[in-house]
Design a protein around this ligand. Structure first.
Ligand SMILES: *[C@@H]1O[C@H](CO)[C@@H](O)[C@H](O)[C@H]1NC(C)=O
Ligand SMILES: *[C@@H]1O[C@H](CO)[C@@H](O)[C@H](O)[C@H]1NC(C)=O
Ligand SMILES: *[C@@H]1O[C@H](CO)[C@@H](O)[C@H](O)[C@H]1NC(C)=O
Ligand SMILES: *[C@@H]1O[C@H](CO)[C@@H](O)[C@H](O)[C@H]1NC(C)=O
Ligand SMILES: *[C@@H]1O[C@H](CO)[C@@H](O)[C@H](O)[C@H]1NC(C)=O
Ligand SMILES: *[C@@H]1O[C@H](CO)[C@@H](O)[C@H](O)[C@H]1NC(C)=O
Ligand SMILES: *[C@@H]1O[C@H](CO)[C@@H](O)[C@H](O)[C@H]1NC(C)=O
Ligand SMILES: *[C@@H]1O[C@H](CO)[C@@H](O)[C@H](O)[C@H]1NC(C)=O
Length: 336
């Protein structure tokens, strides 16, 4: 059993702000395992984008700054929890050849790879050259952005994860085709890496999105499937190739991207359900159910001592505006 305590006061203290739409919620679903009654939870919206904004994915720099990809426009934004949350800094606006951005992952320190959608491509965003003046809110030195590869055979590229940072190998979920691409970011070479039945959407599903989020942990590639209510894993070697058979870890609906905490608990973003669930061992538990989580797309934990227990989440919004939100997951106890 996994118990989570959250306090809005802590979030406000850490982030130095006041929060819109603050609504503590704790709700349970008979389909998910219920938790101890003492658990409490707060979801805070830390930044609300303009109408129509769709935040698709998120990564956190080692210095704590948040990188958020927009799917409605080809823009990479930076939100700095340390200097206030009023408006994001635009890190890069990509060419209008791209309809938006999707998955993002770091390889070596402060070097990120991001999926550009539309004319599907992967770009390198080297943040080591980036700086900005936080008081003026202006970029003083740009990130170095370069195109790594165009993948015209792609159906719909979505999640991206690092398989081997030293070798420059990233894996990319092709949600429409239901398989995973392997890309060597040093050569631009790419090929279909893993093609498995657990990555396909069901032909009875209302969505044509299969494999969506990807993460490697302890020599397994874990992946969600939006159009088939399963969360799976497959063993992989050090360059991301499968070494065994896939295994379904849980039956769970509408999962977009997901993130592990340091204990190996997976937090699953249930986009169309406005909920966040956790997979602890083989049990799924409802963590949060909030209108703030409408269209929740992806998450990443803070990386500074101040916010390592804060889970930052992106949303595409529901009927209301899209946001980057903040959920504090302060581990109280782990039993069993
Ligand atoms: C989340 O809350 C909504 C509104 O109260 C409810 O309709 C829905 O069933 C809840 N979802 C879960 C998984 O409990
Ligand atoms: C792909 O790029 C071409 C121009 O290079 C542009 O006309 C087209 O709209 C782009 N497609 C998408 C889906 O963005
Ligand atoms: C950063 O790049 C943008 C877009 O190309 C440009 O307008 C701006 O002047 C650059 N900023 C700096 C500090 O070089
Ligand atoms: C990778 O790309 C390089 C340079 O284009 C090429 O020489 C090499 O044959 C490619 N390797 C594979 C395995 O496709
Ligand atoms: C849908 O998939 C099922 C199971 O794989 C198959 O039996 C059925 O023929 C498929 N239906 C359509 C319309 O493709
Ligand atoms: C990356 O590949 C190298 C071998 O090329 C290996 O030594 C290293 O352990 C791999 N890293 C990871 C994280 O698997
Ligand atoms: C998922 O559901 C299927 C069909 O109901 C069942 O056979 C399987 O054991 C379940 N898997 C998990 C990991 O709960
Ligand atoms: C943590 O918060 C304190 C107090 O707001 C601040 O002085 C410090 O710089 C922060 N540290 C990091 C690593 O963000």
């Amino acid at each position: 059993m996994y118990s989570i305590i959250a306090t809005q006061a802590l979030c406000a203290l850490l982030l130095g702000g006041t929060f819109a739409n603050s609504s503590p919620t704790l709700e349970r679903d008979a389909a998910l395992k219920t938790r101890a009654t003492s658990d409490e939870l707060t979801v805070n919206s830390i930044y609300e984008g303009p109408t129509g904004a769709w935040y698709e994915n998120i990564a956190v720099r080692a210095n704590g700054q948040i990188l958020a990809t927009r799917r409605d426009l080809p823009i990479l934004e930076l939100i700095d929890p340390a200097t206030g949350l009023n408006s994001p800094i635009v890190v890069n606006t990509f060419s209008s050849d791209y309809a938006g951005l999707a998955g993002i992952s770091e390889t070596t320190a402060d070097v990120f790879y991001v999926v550009a959608a539309g004319n599907y491509s992967v770009f390198e965003v080297d943040m080591t050259t980036f700086s900005y003046d936080s008081s003026a809110g202006v970029v003083t030195s740009n990130a170095t952005v370069s195109k790594v590869a165009a993948i015209p055979e792609a159906g719909l590229l979505n999640g991206l994860t690092t398989a081997n940072a030293t070798e420059g190998i990233v894996l990319i979920a092709d949600a429409l085709n239901g398989y995973v691409w392997r890309l060597d970011v040093n050569t631009g070479n790419y090929s279909i890496d893993i093609d498995d039945a657990t990555m396909k959407y069901l032909n009875t599903s209302t969505t044509t999105l299969g494999v969506n989020g990807l993460k490697i942990r302890d020599s397994y590639l874990y992946y969600s499937n939006t159009g088939n209510p399963i969360f799976s894993r497959i063993p992989v070697d050090s360059s991301g190739s499968a070494t065994g058979a896939a295994e379904v870890m849980a039956n769970i609906s509408a999962v977009d991207d997901f993130v592990f905490n340091s204990d190996g608990v997976a937090f699953l973003c249930q986009n169309s359900l406005s909920t966040l669930a956790a997979l602890v061992g083989s049990e799924t538990t409802l963590i949060a159910n909030s209108t703030i989580l409408a269209g929740v797309t992806a998450g990443a934990f803070g990386r500074t001592s101040n916010d390592s227990e804060i889970l930052y989440l992106t949303t595409k919004g529901g009927r209301f505006t899209s946001s980057v939100c903040c959920l504090i997951l302060q581990r109280e106890l782990i039993l069993d």
